[in-house]
Ligand binder design. Structure first.
Ligand SMILES: Cc1cc2nc3c(=O)[nH]c(=O)nc-3n(C[C@H](O)[C@H](O)[C@H](O)COP(=O)(O)OP(=O)(O)OC[C@H]3O[C@@H](n4cnc5c(N)ncnc54)[C@H](O)[C@@H]3O)c2cc1C
Length: 280
Protein backbone atom coordinates (compact mmCIF):
# COMPACT_ATOMS: atom_id res chain seq x y z
CA UNK A 1 0.00 0.00 0.00
CA UNK A 2 1.57 3.31 -0.97
CA UNK A 3 1.31 6.42 1.15
CA UNK A 4 -1.45 8.01 -0.96
CA UNK A 5 -3.81 5.02 -0.64
CA UNK A 6 -3.25 4.94 3.09
CA UNK A 7 -4.37 8.58 3.42
CA UNK A 8 -7.48 7.92 1.30
CA UNK A 9 -8.51 4.98 3.44
CA UNK A 10 -7.99 6.86 6.69
CA UNK A 11 -10.22 9.75 5.56
CA UNK A 12 -13.23 8.40 3.62
CA UNK A 13 -14.94 10.86 1.28
CA UNK A 14 -17.44 12.91 3.31
CA UNK A 15 -21.03 11.96 2.42
CA UNK A 16 -23.25 14.97 1.85
CA UNK A 17 -26.94 14.71 2.59
CA UNK A 18 -29.27 14.85 -0.41
CA UNK A 19 -30.67 18.42 -0.80
CA UNK A 20 -28.35 19.48 2.02
CA UNK A 21 -28.49 22.96 3.53
CA UNK A 22 -26.17 24.24 6.25
CA UNK A 23 -27.39 25.48 9.62
CA UNK A 24 -26.33 29.11 10.22
CA UNK A 25 -28.05 29.94 13.52
CA UNK A 26 -29.87 28.14 16.35
CA UNK A 27 -31.79 29.68 19.25
CA UNK A 28 -33.58 27.72 21.96
CA UNK A 29 -36.55 29.32 23.72
CA UNK A 30 -37.88 26.62 26.04
CA UNK A 31 -37.47 22.87 26.44
CA UNK A 32 -40.25 22.57 23.81
CA UNK A 33 -39.37 25.28 21.27
CA UNK A 34 -36.44 26.47 19.15
CA UNK A 35 -35.70 28.46 16.03
CA UNK A 36 -32.99 27.87 13.43
CA UNK A 37 -31.80 29.32 10.16
CA UNK A 38 -30.23 27.50 7.21
CA UNK A 39 -28.70 28.44 3.87
CA UNK A 40 -31.21 28.87 1.04
CA UNK A 41 -30.92 26.87 -2.19
CA UNK A 42 -30.25 29.39 -4.95
CA UNK A 43 -33.06 28.02 -7.09
CA UNK A 44 -35.71 28.05 -4.33
CA UNK A 45 -38.58 30.47 -4.93
CA UNK A 46 -41.54 30.45 -2.56
CA UNK A 47 -44.48 32.60 -1.53
CA UNK A 48 -44.37 33.91 2.06
CA UNK A 49 -46.55 31.58 4.17
CA UNK A 50 -45.72 28.33 2.34
CA UNK A 51 -44.19 25.17 3.79
CA UNK A 52 -41.52 22.68 2.67
CA UNK A 53 -40.37 19.22 3.73
CA UNK A 54 -37.22 19.23 5.85
CA UNK A 55 -35.42 16.60 7.89
CA UNK A 56 -32.38 14.50 8.67
CA UNK A 57 -31.18 11.03 7.71
CA UNK A 58 -33.00 8.39 9.79
CA UNK A 59 -31.30 5.65 11.79
CA UNK A 60 -29.69 2.86 9.74
CA UNK A 61 -32.00 -0.06 8.94
CA UNK A 62 -30.90 -2.87 11.34
CA UNK A 63 -30.92 -5.41 8.48
CA UNK A 64 -29.49 -3.51 5.53
CA UNK A 65 -27.65 -0.66 7.28
CA UNK A 66 -29.28 1.69 4.77
CA UNK A 67 -30.41 5.16 5.92
CA UNK A 68 -33.48 6.90 4.57
CA UNK A 69 -34.34 10.60 4.88
CA UNK A 70 -36.75 11.36 7.73
CA UNK A 71 -38.81 14.33 6.53
CA UNK A 72 -41.57 16.48 8.03
CA UNK A 73 -43.60 19.47 6.82
CA UNK A 74 -42.30 22.82 8.11
CA UNK A 75 -43.60 26.31 7.47
CA UNK A 76 -40.90 28.65 6.25
CA UNK A 77 -40.84 31.34 8.94
CA UNK A 78 -38.68 33.77 6.95
CA UNK A 79 -40.08 35.99 4.19
CA UNK A 80 -39.65 35.22 0.49
CA UNK A 81 -36.96 37.92 0.04
CA UNK A 82 -34.65 36.65 2.80
CA UNK A 83 -31.26 35.21 1.74
CA UNK A 84 -31.58 32.43 4.33
CA UNK A 85 -34.48 30.26 5.49
CA UNK A 86 -35.79 30.30 9.05
CA UNK A 87 -37.80 27.61 10.83
CA UNK A 88 -39.53 27.62 14.22
CA UNK A 89 -39.77 24.18 15.71
CA UNK A 90 -41.37 22.10 18.42
CA UNK A 91 -39.25 19.54 20.32
CA UNK A 92 -41.34 16.38 20.72
CA UNK A 93 -39.43 14.21 23.26
CA UNK A 94 -40.10 10.95 21.40
CA UNK A 95 -40.67 12.56 18.01
CA UNK A 96 -38.78 10.69 15.30
CA UNK A 97 -37.45 13.91 13.75
CA UNK A 98 -37.46 16.57 16.45
CA UNK A 99 -35.82 14.37 19.12
CA UNK A 100 -32.75 14.64 16.83
CA UNK A 101 -33.37 17.99 15.12
CA UNK A 102 -33.33 19.78 18.49
CA UNK A 103 -29.60 18.96 18.76
CA UNK A 104 -28.52 20.64 15.50
CA UNK A 105 -25.67 23.14 15.70
CA UNK A 106 -24.27 25.83 13.42
CA UNK A 107 -22.40 24.12 10.57
CA UNK A 108 -24.54 20.94 10.63
CA UNK A 109 -26.57 19.98 7.58
CA UNK A 110 -30.29 19.33 7.23
CA UNK A 111 -32.24 17.98 4.25
CA UNK A 112 -34.55 20.50 2.55
CA UNK A 113 -36.77 19.44 -0.34
CA UNK A 114 -37.17 22.58 -2.45
CA UNK A 115 -40.88 22.16 -3.29
CA UNK A 116 -42.83 24.83 -1.39
CA UNK A 117 -46.64 24.53 -1.12
CA UNK A 118 -49.45 25.79 1.09
CA UNK A 119 -52.69 27.70 1.44
CA UNK A 120 -51.60 30.49 3.82
CA UNK A 121 -50.72 32.78 0.92
CA UNK A 122 -52.03 36.13 -0.25
CA UNK A 123 -53.12 34.58 -3.55
CA UNK A 124 -55.78 32.52 -1.74
CA UNK A 125 -57.58 35.57 -0.33
CA UNK A 126 -59.83 38.12 -2.02
CA UNK A 127 -58.88 41.77 -1.47
CA UNK A 128 -59.86 43.21 1.92
CA UNK A 129 -58.99 45.97 4.39
CA UNK A 130 -58.00 44.11 7.55
CA UNK A 131 -56.01 40.86 7.74
CA UNK A 132 -56.12 38.58 10.79
CA UNK A 133 -53.39 36.01 11.50
CA UNK A 134 -54.73 33.56 14.12
CA UNK A 135 -52.07 31.22 15.53
CA UNK A 136 -51.33 28.89 18.40
CA UNK A 137 -47.93 27.39 19.31
CA UNK A 138 -45.63 26.85 16.31
CA UNK A 139 -48.58 27.89 14.12
CA UNK A 140 -47.08 31.38 14.25
CA UNK A 141 -44.32 30.24 11.83
CA UNK A 142 -46.08 31.06 8.51
CA UNK A 143 -47.12 34.43 9.94
CA UNK A 144 -43.52 35.14 10.99
CA UNK A 145 -42.91 34.98 7.24
CA UNK A 146 -45.98 37.01 6.23
CA UNK A 147 -45.44 39.85 8.73
CA UNK A 148 -42.03 40.41 7.11
CA UNK A 149 -43.52 40.39 3.60
CA UNK A 150 -44.03 43.85 2.02
CA UNK A 151 -47.17 42.70 0.14
CA UNK A 152 -48.95 42.22 3.48
CA UNK A 153 -48.69 45.95 4.16
CA UNK A 154 -49.38 46.98 0.57
CA UNK A 155 -52.60 44.96 0.41
CA UNK A 156 -54.12 45.78 3.83
CA UNK A 157 -54.75 48.83 6.06
CA UNK A 158 -54.46 46.83 9.28
CA UNK A 159 -52.82 43.51 10.23
CA UNK A 160 -53.64 41.74 13.50
CA UNK A 161 -51.44 38.86 14.68
CA UNK A 162 -52.94 36.78 17.49
CA UNK A 163 -50.79 34.14 19.16
CA UNK A 164 -52.02 31.88 21.93
CA UNK A 165 -49.75 29.59 23.96
CA UNK A 166 -49.95 27.90 27.31
CA UNK A 167 -47.08 29.82 28.95
CA UNK A 168 -45.52 33.28 28.61
CA UNK A 169 -42.09 31.86 27.59
CA UNK A 170 -43.77 30.26 24.56
CA UNK A 171 -44.78 33.70 23.31
CA UNK A 172 -41.18 34.99 23.23
CA UNK A 173 -40.41 34.09 19.60
CA UNK A 174 -43.39 36.11 18.34
CA UNK A 175 -42.90 38.99 20.80
CA UNK A 176 -39.20 39.33 19.87
CA UNK A 177 -40.05 39.12 16.19
CA UNK A 178 -42.68 41.87 16.30
CA UNK A 179 -40.30 44.07 18.31
CA UNK A 180 -37.34 43.39 16.00
CA UNK A 181 -39.18 44.01 12.74
CA UNK A 182 -40.28 47.41 14.01
CA UNK A 183 -36.55 48.24 14.53
CA UNK A 184 -35.29 46.56 11.34
CA UNK A 185 -33.80 49.06 8.86
CA UNK A 186 -34.17 46.79 5.84
CA UNK A 187 -37.84 46.18 6.64
CA UNK A 188 -38.41 49.87 7.28
CA UNK A 189 -37.02 50.48 3.81
CA UNK A 190 -39.21 47.77 2.27
CA UNK A 191 -42.37 48.48 4.20
CA UNK A 192 -41.97 52.07 5.40
CA UNK A 193 -44.79 53.34 7.60
CA UNK A 194 -46.68 50.13 6.88
CA UNK A 195 -45.17 48.53 9.97
CA UNK A 196 -47.35 50.79 12.13
CA UNK A 197 -50.32 48.86 10.76
CA UNK A 198 -49.18 45.70 12.56
CA UNK A 199 -50.99 44.92 15.82
CA UNK A 200 -49.94 42.06 18.08
CA UNK A 201 -52.41 40.25 20.37
CA UNK A 202 -50.72 37.54 22.50
CA UNK A 203 -52.68 35.45 25.01
CA UNK A 204 -51.88 32.61 27.39
CA UNK A 205 -54.16 29.80 28.49
CA UNK A 206 -52.29 28.48 31.55
CA UNK A 207 -49.70 30.86 32.97
CA UNK A 208 -50.87 34.22 34.30
CA UNK A 209 -50.27 37.03 31.78
CA UNK A 210 -51.81 40.42 30.92
CA UNK A 211 -54.21 38.74 28.45
CA UNK A 212 -55.50 35.29 29.19
CA UNK A 213 -57.79 32.90 27.37
CA UNK A 214 -58.31 30.96 24.16
CA UNK A 215 -58.66 33.21 21.15
CA UNK A 216 -61.89 31.42 20.21
CA UNK A 217 -63.48 32.36 23.56
CA UNK A 218 -62.15 35.92 23.36
CA UNK A 219 -63.71 36.30 19.92
CA UNK A 220 -67.03 34.78 20.99
CA UNK A 221 -67.42 37.07 24.01
CA UNK A 222 -66.20 40.13 22.10
CA UNK A 223 -63.11 40.75 24.28
CA UNK A 224 -60.76 40.86 21.25
CA UNK A 225 -62.87 43.53 19.62
CA UNK A 226 -63.18 45.73 22.70
CA UNK A 227 -59.44 45.32 23.43
CA UNK A 228 -58.54 46.38 19.89
CA UNK A 229 -61.28 48.98 19.45
CA UNK A 230 -62.82 47.15 16.50
CA UNK A 231 -66.54 46.75 15.73
CA UNK A 232 -66.25 43.10 14.69
CA UNK A 233 -65.35 40.87 11.75
CA UNK A 234 -67.23 41.25 8.48
CA UNK A 235 -67.11 39.64 5.04
CA UNK A 236 -66.73 43.06 3.41
CA UNK A 237 -63.60 44.22 5.23
CA UNK A 238 -61.93 41.29 7.01
CA UNK A 239 -59.72 38.46 5.78
CA UNK A 240 -58.17 35.76 7.97
CA UNK A 241 -55.48 33.11 7.97
CA UNK A 242 -55.55 30.40 10.64
CA UNK A 243 -52.75 28.04 11.74
CA UNK A 244 -53.05 25.85 14.81
CA UNK A 245 -54.13 22.41 16.03
CA UNK A 246 -57.00 20.69 14.23
CA UNK A 247 -59.30 21.59 17.13
CA UNK A 248 -58.45 25.28 16.96
CA UNK A 249 -58.73 25.33 13.18
CA UNK A 250 -62.18 23.76 13.26
CA UNK A 251 -63.43 26.08 16.02
CA UNK A 252 -62.13 29.15 14.19
CA UNK A 253 -63.62 27.98 10.91
CA UNK A 254 -67.01 27.84 12.57
CA UNK A 255 -66.56 31.29 14.12
CA UNK A 256 -65.38 32.87 10.84
CA UNK A 257 -68.19 31.22 8.87
CA UNK A 258 -70.55 32.66 11.49
CA UNK A 259 -69.31 36.14 10.52
CA UNK A 260 -70.14 35.30 6.89
CA UNK A 261 -66.57 34.56 5.70
CA UNK A 262 -65.96 31.54 3.46
CA UNK A 263 -62.87 29.38 3.01
CA UNK A 264 -60.53 30.12 0.12
CA UNK A 265 -57.85 28.17 -1.70
CA UNK A 266 -55.12 28.90 -4.24
CA UNK A 267 -57.50 27.89 -7.02
CA UNK A 268 -60.47 29.78 -5.58
CA UNK A 269 -59.66 32.78 -3.38
CA UNK A 270 -62.20 33.72 -0.69
CA UNK A 271 -62.21 35.38 2.75
CA UNK A 272 -60.21 33.02 4.98
CA UNK A 273 -57.69 30.19 4.72
CA UNK A 274 -56.58 27.49 7.17
CA UNK A 275 -53.59 25.20 7.56
CA UNK A 276 -52.71 22.59 10.18
CA UNK A 277 -49.71 23.48 12.37
CA UNK A 278 -49.17 19.73 12.83
CA UNK A 279 -50.92 16.40 12.32
CA UNK A 280 -52.27 14.58 15.36
C1 LIG B 1 -48.42 21.88 6.90
C2 LIG B 1 -47.61 21.61 8.15
C3 LIG B 1 -46.68 22.57 8.58
C4 LIG B 1 -45.92 22.33 9.74
N1 LIG B 1 -45.06 23.31 10.16
C5 LIG B 1 -44.37 23.13 11.32
C6 LIG B 1 -43.50 24.16 11.83
O1 LIG B 1 -43.33 25.22 11.23
N2 LIG B 1 -42.86 23.91 13.01
C7 LIG B 1 -43.03 22.74 13.70
O2 LIG B 1 -42.43 22.58 14.75
N3 LIG B 1 -43.83 21.76 13.23
C8 LIG B 1 -44.49 21.93 12.07
N4 LIG B 1 -45.30 20.92 11.59
C9 LIG B 1 -45.27 19.63 12.30
C10 LIG B 1 -44.07 18.80 11.80
O3 LIG B 1 -44.36 18.35 10.48
C11 LIG B 1 -43.72 17.60 12.70
O4 LIG B 1 -44.88 16.94 13.10
C12 LIG B 1 -42.93 18.00 13.93
O5 LIG B 1 -41.69 18.54 13.52
C13 LIG B 1 -42.64 16.83 14.87
O6 LIG B 1 -41.95 15.84 14.15
P1 LIG B 1 -41.51 14.49 14.87
O7 LIG B 1 -41.05 13.53 13.83
O8 LIG B 1 -40.54 14.80 15.96
O9 LIG B 1 -42.84 13.96 15.56
P2 LIG B 1 -44.21 13.53 14.82
O10 LIG B 1 -44.29 12.03 14.82
O11 LIG B 1 -44.35 14.23 13.52
O12 LIG B 1 -45.27 14.12 15.84
C14 LIG B 1 -45.53 13.48 17.08
C15 LIG B 1 -46.66 14.20 17.79
O13 LIG B 1 -46.19 15.44 18.29
C16 LIG B 1 -47.20 16.44 18.22
N5 LIG B 1 -46.69 17.57 17.40
C17 LIG B 1 -46.05 17.51 16.21
N6 LIG B 1 -45.73 18.73 15.75
C18 LIG B 1 -46.18 19.60 16.69
C19 LIG B 1 -46.16 21.03 16.79
N7 LIG B 1 -45.58 21.78 15.84
N8 LIG B 1 -46.72 21.60 17.86
C20 LIG B 1 -47.29 20.83 18.84
N9 LIG B 1 -47.34 19.49 18.79
C21 LIG B 1 -46.80 18.87 17.75
C22 LIG B 1 -48.42 15.78 17.58
O14 LIG B 1 -49.30 15.37 18.59
C23 LIG B 1 -47.85 14.57 16.87
O15 LIG B 1 -48.78 13.54 16.76
C24 LIG B 1 -46.07 21.12 10.45
C25 LIG B 1 -46.98 20.15 9.99
C26 LIG B 1 -47.75 20.40 8.88
C27 LIG B 1 -48.74 19.36 8.44
Amino acid sequence: MNEQTAVKEAAPAQTRLPDAQTVTEVQHYTDRLFRFRVTRPQSLRFRSGEFVMIGLMGDPDPKTGRQKPLLRAYSIASPSWDEELEFYSIKVPDGPLTSKLQNIKVGDEIILRPKPVGTLVHDALLPGKRLWFFSTGTGIAPFASLIREPQTYEDYDEIILTHTCRDVAELKYGADLVESIKQDELLQELIGDGLNKLRYYPTTTREESPRMGRITELLKDGTVFSDLGIDGISKETDRAMVCGSIGLNNDLKEILEGYGLSEGANSEPAEYVVEKAFVG
